[in-house]
Design a protein around this ligand. Structure first.
Ligand code: GLN
Length: 447
């Protein structure tokens, strides 16, 4: 028999503006943020503290030589030490993004997971890489996306019980920034690789350390490679920062806190979002909407029931592979074991195939995620680097509630942004300030 367990999880996200070569200062501000968090009248002890991608080192390294002084093994170095101290002090999990040097001189963009006893229990390596990582020959994660267990003692209860006395182990996945995007920006947008992986594997907790860019960043290769155009783009950014009263690197040390209050983020339709870099304490809703869209398989979408009767659904599911065909994952032959895994000894397809989805639809159910919950926590850095790269901040906590919701009146389709009521925006920080957000998330899991 399956039971519905109600879980209560306190998630604390730290938003930082780390600059390259300023590790000590960034660690100092982190402690000062944590100190202020604990002094807040609405503070409750967190179960998880989540940091951004490359949280202490800064992000925009331009060559291998540039990054080498900052890389560390997964059980040493400033990020490891900070995570260990924080986990021990708060008796909680800490997840932090850092540049990893593995044994064989291989470099990765990783996130380590420290348990409440100060022991590292997992190390995830970014699977889909962004242009910036290619500059220092970062390796792809040859395992592809992964699931790992996180244990939370006394964080669950049956619906009719009064207190959370039961232990729960959550199926967890980490997605580092570009993992949320189409592979190399070339894969079909509707493959939703990471979110599909999460739905297929019944993931219940998704943690994302990020260094996601604001759309005001200079990313156009033609501009980057043209001295005059680049100069003028940089001037424009410098001017706009000046207008906000900010230095070239963006804001540091002016903190925003949303600690345990109930202030949710108001939905804004995608069409009304500008993505401009103004109002540092307000989230960048064009990115928030985009992130929600990238989790399409978790969103309610009316038309799935029509696809269900369509034979192309079977084809799409059968032909979809775990990773894009040109990914590192296929180089070590692991996929062969996985392919065999869906067949039994007589070569007959196992039930496992019924769990696989395309656009959130499985062969068993029009919307595989229906009736389930998933919690998504995103820690995105803020500030700017090189005078060209502006990060979008807006760290936040979301719950996808798996509910069939009414579409807004007059619309023929379910909205695929913050207006879709199957996603609850439990709160976001602003786009440009350092700080912290703490949320007590209540959600259901089946056991
Ligand atoms: N898709 C992300 C962006 O455009 C990738 C950034 C990253 O991986 N750090 O910002």
């Amino acid at each position: 028999m399956t039971n519905k367990l109600l879980v209560s999880l306190k998630v604390l996200i730290i938003q930082l503006n780390p600059q390259i070569g300023q590790i000590d200062q960034t660690i100092k501000r982190t402690w000062s943020i944590l100190d202020k968090v604990t002094k807040s009248s609405t503070y409750v002890k967190p179960d998880i503290i989540l940091f951004p991608e490359f949280a202490l080192t800064g992000y925009s390294f331009h060559s291998r030589k540039d990054i080498l002084p900052h890389v560390t093994g997964k059980d040493e170095g400033p990020s490891f030490q900070l995570a260990k101290s924080i986990s021990e002090k708060f008796q909680c999990y800490t997840i932090i993004g850092y540049p990893e040097k593995a044994d064989e001189q291989k470099l990765y963009n990783s996130a380590l997971v420290m348990n409440p006893q100060g022991k590292r229990i997992f190390n995830y390596r970014k699977t889909f890489l962004y242009d910036t990582e290619e500059k220092w020959n970062c390796e792809e994660n040859s395992e592809g996306f992964q699931v790992f267990p996180m244990n939370f003692p006394k964080r669950a209860k049956l619906p009719d019980e009064d207190t959370f006395e039961r232990d729960v182990t959550l199926k967890t996945s980490i997605g580092i920034c570009m993992d949320l995007s189409p592979y190399k920006f070339k894969a079909p947008f509707n493959h939703f690789e990471f979110a599909t992986f999460c739905v297929d594997n019944d993931v219940e907790l998704v943690l994302c350390p990020m260094a996601w860019l604001s759309s005001t960043s200079v990313t156009d290769k033609q501009i980057q490679n043209n001295v005059l155009l680049l100069e003028s783009a940089k001037n424009k950014i410098a001017l706009s920062l000046k207008e906000q009263g900010l230095p070239l690197i963006g804001s540091q040390g002016e903190y925003q806190f949303k600690i345990g209050d109930s202030q949710r983020t108001s939905p804004v339709p995608s069409d009304d979002c500008t993505g401009e870099y103004k109002y540092m304490d307000v989230p960048d809703m064009s990115n928030v909407n985009y992130w929600i869209l990238r989790f399409f398989p978790f969103l309610y979408y009316k038309r799935r029931s029509q696809w269900f009767r369509d034979t192309s659904l079977v084809e799409n599911i059968l032909t979809r592979s775990k990773m894009p065909r040109d990914h590192e994952y296929y180089k070590n032959g692991k996929h062969k074991e996985e392919a065999m895994g869906v067949l039994n000894s007589k070569g007959v397809t196992k039930d496992a195939l019924l769990e696989k989805t395309f656009l959130g639809a499985s062969l068993r159910k029009p919307w595989k995620f229906e009736g389930k919950n998933v919690v998504l926590a995103m820690a995105n850095r803020c500030g700017t680097e090189d005078g060209t790269t502006i990060f979008a901040g807006s760290s936040g906590v979301y719950k996808f509630n798996g509910r069939e919701v009414e579409d807004p009146k007059g619309s023929e389709d379910s909205p695929l942004d913050s207006l879709n009521e199957s996603v609850e925006l439990l709160g976001n920080l602003g786009k440009g300030l350092e700080g912290a957000i703490l949320r007590d998330v209540q959600f259901e899991v089946l056991r």
